[in-house]
Design a protein around this ligand. Structure first.
Ligand code: APR
Length: 309
């Protein structure tokens, strides 16, 4: 079997941690790119030197040159500014749009068949920027948000009920932001909806904590934002694609009429496999959920309009 190649742009906290997970799982050779000279080279060499101890043969290369990324199967984009305390995801919009546009154009030019996984915030708007800058079809432009948001919801459900995280499933729709839409009736412990296991006020408390999950970490770290869970969530998407697993995962994808939304990236459950986003899974929402989903989509639309203004 030939080796897979994954480029991770941005050798900061999320990018380097994602690179470590991908390499140490032996999933693919990894090229770590950053604008800062020495940073990707140093982290790349450090990861390569861990390989004999960890026991994998994935190659890790750090570079500032996009020529080294040529022929990648997947390009993960984490470059940008991380959210600081008091800064909303949306404050980052214009500055990160410029960064994402530039890096995606450079990387897509030398890996025209790659699948893009966007991680930089504000996530859904950055997916639009990446799609425009690459010219890739919607199947090959995905945003990582839903897997992270669901992971947070699952962690909170497991903590609340004292059960294994493995037996939890959670469903989070919508944009990655304050308007995300956790769906408790589709969030389960061993198939049992949490609405059957917890009183409504506790369910609501978990939903609220999930929606503010990113801010909770920022408030604690003070000098940056979450990266272990974002990197783990990114890894799960890379694994689903490279191993053609047809995983059903919530991802930001360009909706073309599904869920009553056309022409916007919003988080919905999709089938992830070798072709990227292979299918959108549409579920029927009740009135409250549909309204919350539309509010979330409207928040994404607002950001996209700012970018196009
Ligand atoms: N090209 C390449 N790399 C760049 C560029 C650029 N034009 N601009 C910035 N970077 C790099 C920075 O040098 C830095 O190393 O992106 C990296 C970002 O890393 P961190 O600041 O550690 O941020 P991180 O915590 O990894 O978050 C990255 O992911 O979850 C989101 O909101 C988060 O948008 C943020 C992104």
């Amino acid at each position: 079997m030939s080796r897979h190649k994954v480029t991770v742009i941005g050798a900061g906290n999320v990018g380097a941690t994602a690179a470590q997970r991908i390499a140490e799982a032996g999933l693919a050779d990894v090229v770590l790119v950053d604008i800062v000279e020495g940073l990707p080279q140093g982290k790349g060499l450090d990861l390569a030197e861990a390989a004999p101890v960890v026991g994998h043969d994935a190659r890790v290369l750090g570079t500032n040159d996009y020529a080294d990324t040529a022929g990648s199967d997947i390009i993960v984009v984490t470059s940008g500014l991380a959210r600081q305390p008091g800064m909303s995801r949306d404050d980052l919009l214009t500055r990160n749009a410029g960064i994402v546009r530039a890096v995606v154009a450079a990387a897509a030019a030398v890996s025209p068949e790659a699948i893009l996984i966007i991680v930089t915030n504000p996530l859904d708007a950055m997916c639009h920027v990446a799609m425009e800058a690459s010219g890739f079809p919607r199947e090959r432009v995905l945003g990582m948000a839903g897997v992270l948001d669901s992971a947070r919801f699952r962690a909170f459900i497991a903590m609340e009920l004292g059960v294994s995280v493995e037996d939890t499933h959670a469903f989070v729709l919508g944009g990655h932001g304050d308007t995300m839409v956790p769906l408790p009736r589709y969030s389960t412990v061993a198939g049992i909806p949490i609405t059957e296991l917890l009183p409504p006020d506790r369910v609501q408390a978990l939903v609220d904590r999930t929606a503010k999950g990113g801010a909770e970490i920022v408030a604690l770290l003070k000098t940056g934002s979450a990266y272990y869970a974002p990197a783990a969530a990114t890894f799960e998407m890379v694994d689903a694609i490279l191993r053609d697993r047809k995983r059903v995962l919530p991802c930001a994808t360009l909706l073309t009429g599904e869920y009553g939304v056309d022409g916007l990236f919003v988080g919905v459950p999709v089938v992830l496999g070798a072709a990227g986003m292979e299918r959108v899974i549409e579920i029927r929402l009740c009135d409250d959920e549909a309204a919350a989903f539309q509010r979330s989509a409207a928040a994404v639309r607002e950001l996209v309009e700012v970018l196009h203004a």
